[in-house]
Design a protein around this ligand. Sequence first.
Ligand SMILES: NC(=O)c1ccc[n+]([C@@H]2O[C@H](COP(=O)([O-])OP(=O)(O)OC[C@H]3O[C@@H](n4cnc5c(N)ncnc54)[C@H](OP(=O)(O)O)[C@@H]3O)[C@@H](O)[C@H]2O)c1
Length: 269
Amino acid sequence: MNSNPKLKGQSALVTGASSGIGKAVAIALANEGVNVVVNCSSHPERGQEVVDEIKSSGGTAIVYQADVSKEDEVQAMFAAMYKAFGTIDILVNNAGLQKDSAFVDMTLADWQKVIDVNLTGQFLCAREAAREFLRRGIVAERSVALGKIICMSSVHDMIPWSGHVNYASSKGGVMLFMKSIAQELAPHKIRVNSISPGAIKTRINASEMETQEEIDKILTLIPYNRIGEPEDIGKLAVWLASDDSDYITGATIYIDGGMTLFPGFAGNG
Ligand SMILES: NC(=O)c1ccc[n+]([C@@H]2O[C@H](COP(=O)([O-])OP(=O)(O)OC[C@H]3O[C@@H](n4cnc5c(N)ncnc54)[C@H](OP(=O)(O)O)[C@@H]3O)[C@@H](O)[C@H]2O)c1
């Protein structure tokens, strides 16, 4: 499949692409002819499996193990990407994790870890990508934009989430991080947007969707009445990375089956 011919030959880094949403985004971009760096952290074998899957479909990808919260590892990852593919056109800031607990029991370590990976990781990667976009300049045959940054946020950048205060705080931070750099970088023709998923079935929430009872409880929060699939996000990421969405920057796109529609108020509240 190659429905966005202008994506062909571009290069993308997808952080946290060894699983779930990042994996689906990496595969969707590769299916459009994008050269993909599949970043992973603690499971390089899963990252390699994603690369193998992409290659078996005729795509181009490499795996790179790096912790996005570590500045030296992020810089080494971008250097490896430039060696492999020459430059970067698309950054998908996707890596993320949860470390849940009641607020009063939350340790500083669990607060810090989630902020470091989910928010500081996005800062470190976006800064490197923006530096390269500005150094390289526009390549008109590939894109009308200088570069594209997609931040994986969450419906919890707007819906408060008790028991997950560190996670919701990190995603709330991502929302204004994204909008602030979008404002700063737009004059350079760098587009920055967020994807904010609702409930998507991946490893991050597998323990919350083990029984039909648990799934039914989550479905009460989703007017469209289905749990999302990682591929739903892959399709949106392809569109946001392409020139088809060229006039969109600084936007948060909720992809959530209506979770942010306050379904508790249906039927007169
Ligand atoms: N699933 C949902 O319902 C949902 C909803 C809203 C937002 N999101 C967001 O979507 C993103 C992906 O989540 P997911 O659901 O696909 O979860 P997942 O299946 O658990 O995947 C998380 C990915 O992040 C990587 N990762 C974790 N820590 C990292 C680090 N320090 N450096 C680099 N990579 C790291 C993991 O790699 P390793 O396993 O190799 O460490 C893995 O590839 C997250 O930002 C999450 O907050 C998910």
